[in-house]
Design a protein around this ligand. Structure first.
Ligand code: ADP
Length: 179
């Protein structure tokens, strides 16, 4: 069995220089916007939005890949998370973001991927529920990966970090028990 490391850190998704690919909590049009998308586009430069024009629009749960332009990574994967209470079923659509991003990174032979807490900002997904969905989706996808060896969640605050760390602990115990 291959080992995939999963970790949670506090930080800025646009400053993950040791990761092959970072994931954008995108909007459907793949435009700069606020939060994660704002940070990624401003660090990447205007070339990213230009490239993204041909890839948009995307639907909730979908993941598309672009180059990283001036970011220190090889690629950016753009995911559209569900708007909580609007795009239903929210939990399945959120899980699809993580699964589709991992599979896309794997198909591009990338080994490390950093995720933000998709949908938990402007899109209103409760953090604790989002953390559980994210961890389960990642753990459920691990067996389908050939290249990805390192998954990082990047949280913006200590409070968000502790919620994600707790969800990671619970999910590791559950998946360990199933083996
Ligand atoms: P969404 O529209 O999918 O809800 P947001 O970008 O509004 O996405 O926020 C998603 C989460 O990312 C929120 O928890 C927010 O606090 C966090 N966040 C915002 N900016 C950054 C950043 N630069 N790096 C990491 N996380 C961020």
């Amino acid at each position: 069995m291959t080992v995939v490391k999963v970790e949670c850190v506090r930080g800025n998704i646009a400053e993950q220089r040791d990761m092959d690919v970072i994931v954008n909590a995108a909007n459907a049009e793949l435009l700069p916007g606020s939060g994660v998308a704002g940070a990624i586009h401003s660090a990447a430069g205007t070339g990213l939005a230009e490239e993204c024009r041909a890839l948009a629009p995307i639907r909730p749960g979908q993941a598309v890949i672009s180059s990283a332009h001036q970011l220190p990574n090889q690629h950016v994967i753009h995911c559209l998370g569900p708007v909580y209470g609007v795009d239903e079923p929210s939990d399945r659509l959120l899980a699809e973001c993580f699964r589709n991003a991992l599979l896309l990174a794997d198909r591009h032979e990338l080994t490390s991927i950093a995720f933000p807490a998709i949908s938990t900002g402007v899109f209103g997904y409760p953090l604790r529920d989002a953390a559980e969905v994210a961890m389960k989706a990642v753990v459920d996808t691990l067996e389908d990966l050939n290249c990805v060896r390192f998954v990082r969640f990047v949280l913006f605050s200590d409070q968000d970090l502790s919620v994600f760390n707790k969800a990671l602990g619970v999910e590791s115990r559950l998946s360990g028990r199933q083996r």
